[in-house]
Design a protein around this ligand. Sequence first.
Ligand code: HEC
Ligand code: HEC
Ligand code: HEC
Ligand code: HEC
Ligand code: HEC
Length: 403
Amino acid sequence: MQSNNHSKTILWSTFLLGIIIAFWFVGRKKIFHSAQITSLTHSWDTIIPNQDVPPGMTSLNAQTCGQCHQEIYQEWKLSTHAHAWTDEQYQAELAKNKDLFVCKNCHLPIQNQQKYITTGLYDGDYFSPVQKKNPRFDESLQHEGITCVACHMNNNTIIGSHQNINPTHPVKMDTDYLSEKLCISCHDAHENLADDLICTFETGKEWQAGPYPKEGKNCINCHMPEVERPSASGAISRKGHRHYFPGSGIPKVKGEKVMMLNGLDFDIIADTSSTFVNLGLIVTNNHAGHKVPTGDPERHILIQFDLTENNQVIQSDTFRIGEKWQWWPKAKKLSDNNLRPLESRVFEKKYTLAPKKKYTWKVIVTKHRMTPEIHKYHLLSEKYPTYIEIFRKQISLQNKPTI
Ligand code: HEC
Ligand code: HEC
Ligand code: HEC
Ligand code: HEC
Ligand code: HEC
C-alpha cells in the first residue's frame, strides 16, 4: 500500500516536472527567440545622449556651473526642477511602476543621469525595455533632476541665447532651442502607457489655445522674468532671466522656501437685496498663460464657504476646480472644469438668516497637489505637503453683510 502510493507520487511528480519544463521552454522561446524589438519614436521615450564635460570644467554638475553663474545657481536650487528626481511622490510612483524608464526621461533628460541606456522595446511593451548599462552614469548628476545641462546642452555644446558674450567655455547661440519649445518638450505629453497608466500634461496646448501666443507672451516671459545683471562672475551686466521657475507654490518639503506665481483673482459677491442673503466668490484666471490648475491631473482647487452662528459652523459647502479621472480598469478623463486663461467663474450660495442673530461667513481657497487619499496610498511622509491656502476672507452678517 505504502510503496504503491510512493510510486504514484513519483509518477505524478515526474509528470508535473515534465509540464513545467515544457512550459519553461515555450516561455523562454517566446522571450528570447520570437520577441519583436520595436524602436523608440516619441520625444519622451528618447533622451539626450551622454554629453562630454566641456573643456576647462571638472564635471557637468550644477555646482560646477555655479562657481561662475552664482546667482543663477542659487535661484535654480530653489526651483521645482531641482527636485524633479528627489521628489518623494515621484520616487513612490516610480517604485509602484516598476522603475519604468519613460518616467525618467523628462525628470532626468540627459543620458549621463541614467544608469541604463534604453535602445528599444520587446514587443512594443514599455515595461520590457531593451537596455544596457551606461558606463558614464553619474549619480550626483542624477540627484540634480532638471539641472543646468538638461536645458543648456546638446551635441556636446553649451547652448546660450546671447550674441557678443565673453565666455570661458564654448557656447553656441540658439534662441530657437532655448524658446518655449524647450518647455513644451516636457510640459506637453499625452500617452497611454498601460490601461491604468497615462501620462498627461497639456500645458503647451492650453497655452497655444489661449490669447498669449498672439501677444508674444510665452512660458519664459512669465516663468523666467527679465533681470539686468552680469550672468557670470567677471561678465558685464546685460538683460537676462531669473531661474526660480515659480509655479503653484506648493513646496516639496514642509517649511521649505518656494517661489510662487498667482494666476487667480478673487472678488466677493454679497447681495442682500432679496429675502435671501446671496454670498459668493468670483474666481478669474487673470494671470496664468494656460488653465489653472494645469499639468498633473491630480491638481485641484477647493473653495469652502462656512456659515457660522455663535462660533458654530451651521453650514459648510465646498466647490472644486480640477479634473476628475477614473484610473481603473482603464484610465479615462471624466470631467475637466479647470479655468481657461481669462475665464471667470461664479460660486455662490443663498442663505436664509434668522433676524437679530449674529452670523459670520468665511471663504477659504486652497490649492492642492493631491487628495489626502492619494497621499496615504503612496505612503508619503508628513513632511510632504499636499496643499497651500491662497485666499481667506471673513464677513460679519447681522442685518446686512459688512465686508
Ligand atoms: C569658469 C567660469 C564658468 C563656468 C564654470 C561655467 N561658465 Fe558659463 N559662462 C561663463 C562666462 C564668463 C560666460 C559669459 C557671460 C557673458 O559674457 O555675459 C558664460 C556663458 C554661459 C552661457 C551663455 C550665456 C548667454 O548670455 O547666452 C551659458 C548658457 C552658460 N554659460 C552655461 C553654463 C553651464 C551650463 C555651466 C556648467 C556646465 C557653465 N556655464 C559653467 C563662465 C562660466
Ligand atoms: C526636461 C524636462 C523639462 C523641461 C525642458 C522643462 N521642464 Fe518644467 N518641469 C519638469 C518637471 C518634471 C517638473 C516637476 C518636477 C516635480 O514636481 O518634481 C517641472 C516643473 C516646473 C514648474 C513648477 C511647477 C510647480 O508647481 O512647482 C514650472 C513653473 C516649470 N516646470 C516651468 C518650465 C518652463 C518655463 C520651462 C522652459 C524654460 C520648463 N519648465 C522646462 C520638466 C521640464
Ligand atoms: C528648465 C530649463 C533651464 C534650466 C534648468 C536652466 N536654464 Fe539657464 N536658461 C534657460 C532659458 C530658456 C534661458 C534663455 C532665456 C531667453 O533668453 O529667452 C536661459 C538663460 C541662461 C543664461 C543666459 C543669461 C540669462 O540669464 O538669460 C545663463 C548663463 C544660464 N541660463 C545658465 C544656467 C545655469 C548655470 C543653470 C543651472 C544652475 C541653468 N541655466 C538652468 C533655461 C534653463
Ligand atoms: C501669462 C503668463 C504665463 C504664461 C505665458 C505661462 N504661464 Fe505657467 N503659470 C503662470 C501662473 C500665474 C501660474 C500659477 C497658477 C496658479 O496656481 O495660480 C503658472 C503655473 C504653471 C505651472 C504650475 C502648475 C500649476 O497647476 O500651478 C506650470 C508647470 C507652468 N505654469 C508651466 C508653463 C509652461 C510650460 C508654459 C508655456 C507653455 C507656461 N507655463 C506659460 C503664468 C504663465
Ligand atoms: C513628457 C514628460 C514627462 C514624463 C514622461 C513623465 N513626467 Fe512626471 N512630470 C512632468 C512634468 C512636466 C511635471 C510637472 C507638472 C506640473 O506641475 O504641471 C511632472 C511632475 C511629476 C510629479 C509631481 C506632481 C505634482 O503634482 O507635483 C510626479 C510625482 C511625476 N511627475 C511622476 C511621473 C511618473 C511616475 C512618470 C512615469 C509614469 C512620469 N512622471 C513621467 C513630465 C513628465
